[in-house]
Design a protein around this ligand. Structure first.
Ligand SMILES: *[C@@H]1O[C@H](CO)[C@@H](O)[C@H](O)[C@H]1NC(C)=O
Ligand SMILES: *[C@@H]1O[C@H](CO)[C@@H](O)[C@H](O)[C@H]1NC(C)=O
Length: 984
């Protein structure tokens, strides 16, 4: 959250607002990007066959098996442009993930004191040295080294061409990922400034002529006056290590779609940045920045980065994860042979992981094996959050609570932005407006209800009904009266300027300093700051928001720290810039885990992130604008984050800037109710827009959206649990669910929630009274609200739904069973013992399945087996007499039948504490959609139970119509334990 231009806002109308593009670099304003991108343009202009990579590997006799027992080899790599400089290629085949290959290149034996940053993997990967495969084989053939690996069924190989240097990953002999296909690989070597100058003078007029006389050194190293120092606006970057750019090209033959590289406000399927069909003129930029009023369609950098790409076709999916943390730009070219990408990074080694797929689902698992899964968050954080910059004082906070209750709109979490803190000294409540924070926190988090509920053995206590989140930003006010500042200064853990003194900059607090969270000394200290004995004005109901952690520095180049700022270990911010936000996010999460015994799950919202941040909490898409374009753009952004593993994400509901119309606000709440992170937030200059403030029918529409979220919280918790186990995205784009349906590959405005079968399409156009939804598979779909059945069809089709402002497309795919809670209370923890309804949406052959995962919602007890995980299966009756109507619904234990990826789950013990605590929780209703004929009986354990039937079309119908519906009331079964309901 940031509003640098408060005064501008006061005068400008919303439509006149927009990013100050000139604050941020274009590629040609970063000297490395200018140099490296020009390699690409020279290659594109060169006559075929004349542009050749100057890089080659040593011959096969130079192969070194790094680890005799494992699949890891190195080769010397050199460039004919600089034969005296040595590089090294290392190729590892990993043991896990069906054949993930890791490629590393670094300069070796440099005569300079410099080295490339090689620790990105240390922070991004759960294990920076993942175990190696022992079963791959290396052979040599005709100037190539060939590694065969992976499961025998996959037929994977890596083909390394020694001269010119090129590496391809093949499946069944067909290349799927090619490194250096276009000969753009280039690693600028380290050099000493003055030596370089003499060389340049000496070689003037006698360029190094290469074979064929076509290429010279300038093709790869344009002479550039900014190699050792560069300027941007009023800032000078001292660049003490000189040029160390890295250029690589990755080609994906035979694909039309690539996805990934979050976070950009761009379509999910990434459009071209070069070539005749280029949608953008600049490459996608990966450099975490605080961007003010970002554009709704742009390759500009935003706050977080996940350097992952999926290349997808109906026959196969592969991925790459490029572990680089310096400023990086990526050009995308679509041509008839596939998609070609050119990655240009300022510094760092090449550390590239090739993910073999072969389908999106395996890519998600492979990414999770490397970077970890979304941590299972506290259950309440999946409910509704109300934020504003700012709730001004204690009374305001309590009044918001009360008004929500009065309007019958549930609310779990109330947020405080920067104004709670005196002079923006985070941790210190402003006594003028928050004189008794602990009392207020207690009041909010208990809402006058009893907090602790003792169950059975008295070990389990109900979490607080509602929580608060307060902001703690990384900028620290530089004043001796602030303990955080004096501590950090005395511990010597602050970011340093190039001259070794503490870096100072301007932020909300005025003159500020920043802790260097790469320094391990900062870790215990930061943890201590959240100890209840140290931060006495905090309580277990208070959670944390880490904003501005790119970091944002108002008077810095591109609103961040200068690149020559020094971090722990002597690394420059240049090298680690994109990791910075994750380091801070992690430490705050660790601190919340440490503050209670036994530990509670932390909740920390971060703005900046990197691959791996999913382990530490949620993110949101930053300072969006309350207009239709931004609402429309959010879906693709959230999907992109989800396929990158950063599943727990959302957008400011309503838009941070501006005053959305009533219609737009309703549409935003409807969309928000289906974002993994659901928080309303607004800028300090906007009109108040808490949902209770509106007249009917607007208030009712907003209430409906929030209540729908609460009814579906079990579906969301299932999806969060799946994400935490296997890395599966919480919301899933069309191509990931139907990887063979090419017509769906470009769709990024509708999505599925976990594996629930719920298909959502937010309405994002003004005045829309109808909305089209694309259905890919041969199944009926049911309108969640009207129960209208859209018939199965062998061909993908588009259906049109009426979507007046009161409603929007929520469809349930035939074959799904979802657990919901129809009764909604004031906050989600209060619903813990409320009964469930199962909605069984029959597939065209009359079957369905689904799941229900439950645990206490805020402790780590689930890691000791304190959970229930049920699988529901409806199987149609096989006897011919009852064909088409009967069947049986069975509840069984799902934890005993988990897949490979989730084998770490503790075995289920039906007597676990949590199962006992909810032993009395009932299934109060079972609703079957698509029942075409009236049943004759419904029985549980041989006993008749009460049911009603509404006639309508059956699941196998070829025509649309109101679905036939069977409602079983009070079947007398619970959420715990096995049972069977038989329909005849
Ligand atoms: C990084 O490089 C240094 C030497 O250049 C080496 O000692 C160290 O082991 C490397 N670290 C990793 C994580 O590869
Ligand atoms: C997270 O913090 C812990 C210690 O608090 C540290 O061991 C770990 O390396 C950190 N990871 C990242 C990605 O910062």
């Amino acid at each position: 959250m940031r509003a640098f231009a408060l005064s501008v806002l006061a005068f400008a109308s919303l439509s006149a607002l927009g990013v100050k593009q000139e604050d941020f670099k274009l590629c040609h304003q970063s000297s490395f990007c200018r140099r490296l991108r020009s390699i690409g343009s020279r290659q594109a202009e060169a006559a075929p066959g004349t542009f050749e990579s100057p890089y080659s590997l040593g011959d096969p006799s130079s192969t070194l098996n790094v680890n005799k027992d494992a699949s890891s080899w190195t080769w010397p790599l050199s460039s004919s442009l600089y034969p005296e400089i040595s590089f090294e290629l290392r190729v590892d085949v990993l043991a896990q993930g069906d054949g993930i290959v890791r490629l590393r290149v670094d300069e070796v034996g440099s005569k300079t004191p410099f080295k490339r940053y090689n620790e990105t993997a240390k922070w991004a990967l759960i294990n920076p040295q993942p175990p190696l495969s022992t079963s791959s084989k290396l052979s040599h053939k005709a100037g190539k080294s060939i590694i065969t690996y992976g499961p025998s069924t996959a037929k994977l190989s890596i083909e390394i061409t020694h001269k010119p240097f090129k590496i391809a990953q093949l499946r069944n002999g067909k290349p799927e990922i090619v490194l250096n296909d276009r000969s753009l690989f280039h690693m600028e070597h380290f050099r000493i400034k003055d030596v370089e100058k003499t060389e340049e003078i000496l070689s003037e007029g006698e360029q190094v002529v290469l074979k064929g006389g076509e290429m010279d050194r300038s093709w790869f190293e344009e002479s550039d006056g900014e190699m050792f120092e560069e300027r941007f606006k009023k800032w000078t970057d001292s660049k003490p290590k000189g040029p160390e750019g890295l250029s690589i090209d990755l080609t994906f033959p035979g694909v039309e779609h690539i996805y990934g590289l979050p976070e950009h406000a761009s379509p999910l399927s990434l459009p071209a940045t070069i070539g005749s069909d280029a949608h953008y003129t600049e490459p996608y930029r990966l450099f975490n920045v605080d961007i003010f009023e970002y554009l709704a369609d742009s390759p500009m950098s935003l706050y977080g980065i996940i350097p992952i790409l999926h290349a997808h076709s109906p026959t196969s999916s592969v991925g790459v994860l490029n572990l680089v943390a310096s400023e990086t730009w990526v050009d995308v070219l679509h041509d008839k042979n596939g998609v070609k990408t050119h990655w240009m990074s300022e510094s760092g080694i090449l550390d590239l992981l090739l993910l073999p797929g072969p389908e999106p689902q395996q890519l998600f698992e492979q990414n999770a094996i490397l970077t970890g899964t979304t941590s299972l968050p506290p259950q309440w954080s999946t409910a509704y959050h109300q934020c504003r910059w700012n709730y001004v004082d204690e009374d305001d906070v309590l009044e918001v609570q009360r008004k929500f209750d009065e309007a019958d709109i549930p609310l779990d979490v109330t947020w405080l932005d920067i104004e709670y803190a005196e002079e923006h000294r985070y941790f210190d409540w402003d006594p003028k407006v928050f004189p008794s924070p602990v009392k207020m926190l207690d009041e909010v988090t208990s809402k006058g209800r009893k907090v602790s509920v003792c169950i059975c053995s008295c070990r389990w206590t109900l979490m607080q009904p509602t929580q608060m989140v307060a902001i703690v930003d990384p900028h620290i006010k530089k004043t001796d009266s602030f303990r955080i500042y004096t501590d950090a200064r005395d511990l010597d853990i602050l970011m340093k300027k190039a001259d070794g003194t503490n870096f100072e900059g301007w932020c909300w607090t005025g003159s500020s300093v920043w802790v260097d969270f790469f320094n391990p000394k900062s870790w215990d200290w930061w943890t201590k700051m959240f100890d209840f004995k140290v931060w006495k004005e905090s309580t277990p109901g208070l959670f944390i928001w880490n904003d501005m952690n790119e970091p944002s520095v108002f008077d810095g180049p591109e609103i961040t720290v200068p690149k020559d700022t020094i971090h722990y270990g002597g690394w420059e911010n240049r090298d680690i810039h994109n990791l910075n936000g994750m380091m801070f996010h992690n430490q705050t999460s660790q601190a919340l885990i440490a503050r209670e015994t036994p530990a509670k799950r932390p909740f920390v919202l971060s703005r900046s992130f990197y691959t791996g941040s999913q382990r530490f909490g949620a993110i949101w898409t930053g300072d969006n604008i309350g207009d239709w374009d931004h609402l429309a753009g959010e879906t693709a952004m959230l999907l992109s984050n989800n396929i990158g593993g950063m599943s727990f994400c959302g957008a400011d509901v309503g838009g941070f800037f501006g005053n959305p119309s009533h219609e737009l606000l309703v549409r935003w709440y409807q969309a928000g109710a289906f974002m993994p992170f659901f928080r309303a937030h607004a800028h300090i200059d906007t009109k108040r827009r808490e949902p209770y403030l509106f007249e009917e029918p607007i208030r009712g529409y907003l209430r409906d959206a929030v209540r729908l979220r609460y009814q579906m919280l079990p579906v969301w918790y299932n999806a969060f649990h799946d994400a935490s186990v296997s890395g599966a995205p919480i919301i899933r784009p069309q191509y990931a669910v139907f990887p063979k349906d090419a017509a769906g590959f470009g769709i990024d405005d509708q999505y599925y929630v976990g594996d629930s079968g719920l298909l959502i399409k937010p309405v994002t156009t003004q005045g829309a009274v109808q909305t089209e939804v694309y259905l890919s598979d041969n199944q009926p779909y049911y309108d969640y609200f009207t129960h209208k059945l859209y018939a199965a069809s062998a061909k993908p089709r588009t259906v049109t739904l009426d979507t007046p402002l009161s409603t929007f497309p929520v469809l349930l795919q035939g074959g799904s069973i979802i657990p919901i809670r129809q009764r909604v209370r004031r906050s989600s923890p209060l619903m813990w013992q409320d009964p469930f309804t199962l909605i069984v949406a029959l597939s065209k052959d009359g079957s369905a399945s689904g799941q229900l995962y439950l645990d206490d919602g805020d402790s780590y007890g689930y890691q000791n087996g304190e959970y229930i995980w049920r699988e529901f299966t409806f199987t149609p009756s096989s006897s011919s007499s009852s064909k088409g109507k009967g069947g049986s619904l069975v509840s069984s234990d799902k934890s005993s039948n988990t897949s490979e990826a989730s084998k770490d789950v503790t075995p289920y013990d039906e007597n676990n504490l949590w199962a006992k605590a909810i032993g009395h929780v009932r299934i109060e209703k079972i609703v079957l959609w698509g029942v075409g004929t009236k049943p004759s009986s419904v029985k549980v354990s041989g006993e008749d139970v009460e049911w009603t039937y509404e006639a309508g079309v059956g699941a196998s119908s070829s025509k649309a119509g109101e679905a036939g519906m069977l409602v079983v009331k009070n079947p007398g079964v619970g959420v715990v334990g096995a049972w069977e309901v038989v329909v005849d």
